[in-house]
Design a protein around this ligand. Sequence first.
Ligand code: FAD
Length: 322
Amino acid sequence: MSVLVYIEHADGSVKKTSLEAVSYAKALSDKLGAGEVIAVALGSIAQEELAKAGHAGAAKVMHVNDEKLNAGIIQAHAEAVAQVYRKVGAGTLVLAKSSLGDAVAARLAVKLDAALVSNVVELPETGSGYKVKRSIYTGKAFAETSVNKDHKILAVKKNAVDLKTDGAAAAVETVALDINADNFATKIISTDKATGEVLLPEADIVVSGGRGMKGPENWGLIEDLAKELGAATGCSKPVSDIGWRPHHEHVGQTGVKVAPTLYIAVGISGAIQHLAGVNSSKCIVVINKDAEAPFFKAADYGIVGDAFEVLPKLTEAVKALK
Ligand code: FAD
């Protein structure tokens, strides 16, 4: 049985996390000796973007090119994916762990009578069922979950798998589905788009500031470094609560969970609730004037120093490298 992957995209750009899910599905399919990996993409999306699924390991992309699916209405996405899943006779669905992915996966588990495991970090042990390792307690521990249902849904954690980029171009098949109007009953009243050139949840590099930045008037220092690095900007919760920065930049347990290759934390103490949002980062650099700041314990590299002295020097150093 083939493995199906649900592809998310933002305004037609395929999300990196979904490509990671494709690479995961390819490795799983190879391990199972199963059929091909098929990706399903919904709504308006260019052929070049769909081709990325092939490079990540998909043999075929089923493209449901229906404009009504652009709004990201969860019920409609779940119905469309369920129909494609049945059509291709898949046995496992893989998708990225995300807000949209969570909402779609839960509905699919009911529609397909499937076992759903979320926050998956490794390929499962396979046999009569799957034994799946997943991250729990915001990355503080792992659990092993056995699933034996015929149909399985695995939601893969960001940055948990290596992205494959050397696959052949996938064949793209345009599919027309009959999705009942009831699935479009949700009306999107307004959309609040994040500002900035690089969007925080998807960013590969994040420069984040905390209360140690003293005030919004100093954020130019964070933005200058972010601009040189092609990074998104983030902040700690109190910073957005006070109104120094917009709420969509708030990183942590109660804010955005990021998983960049590089997270630079400036003037952030490293409270457990902040760490919960950044502990999937590949490399963490902390800049803090207090050598005892808890964030240093979670850091790969630390700079003990005053942000107002360190940031301009760092920005100049990055500029000089170009
Ligand atoms: P502070 O704790 O005030 O730390 C400021 C840091 O800046 C200090 O370490 C200081 O040494 C350093 N500093 C000061 N001046 C300089 C300078 N000139 N140069 C360099 N360093 C300097 N917080 C989040 O961030 N995200 C969340 O999602 C979140 N969720 C929460 C949920 C709950 C239920 C609760 C109770 C709290 C939550 N918090 C969250 C708040 C969290 O507990 C901390 O209070 C918060 O993260 C601290 O923010 P901060 O590090 O910016 O500020």
